[in-house]
Write a protein that binds this ligand. Structure first.
Ligand SMILES: [Zn+2]
Length: 117
């Protein structure tokens, strides 16, 4: 008896690429690189070598992300402080790109607020 002959399931597929999920970015302005990199990592396979394309959608910061390892795509909601962190000191793991439509007014005017030095 061949019980599993017609079983066209997920055999062999370990990764399940994420499509079009939306997440809040979870790093802080003054977090170290490792935490920022982790905050940008792939939600499916946790790979940190991701590509981000930062844009403004409906007046909100939005980073469209893709994983170069498993092919997942998702988007991140960024706060202005997080955007500032990415622009001043981007993590080495992620490839961050900027939309030309990004208005400078999205950046917070007081950079010092949040520094604890
Ligand atoms: Zn991935």
């Amino acid at each position: 008896m061949v019980a599993h002959a017609g079983d066209a399931g997920n055999a062999g597929s370990v990764l399940d690429p994420v499509r079009c999920g939306r997440y809040d970015a979870v790093f802080a302005f003054d977090d170290p690189d490792e935490l920022v990199g982790a905050g940008l990592s792939c939600p499916a396979c946790l790979e940190e070598a991701t590509q981000l394309s930062v844009d403004v959608v409906d007046g909100e910061l939005d980073a469209r992300c893709s994983c170069q390892t498993c092919g997942s795509t998702w988007s991140l909601a960024l706060r202005p402080k997080q955007l500032l962190r990415l622009s001043l000191d981007p993590p080495t793991t992620a490839d961050v790109r900027w939309s030309l439509a990004l208005p400078p007014t999205m950046l917070p005017p007081e950079i010092e607020d949040g520094w604890d030095a």
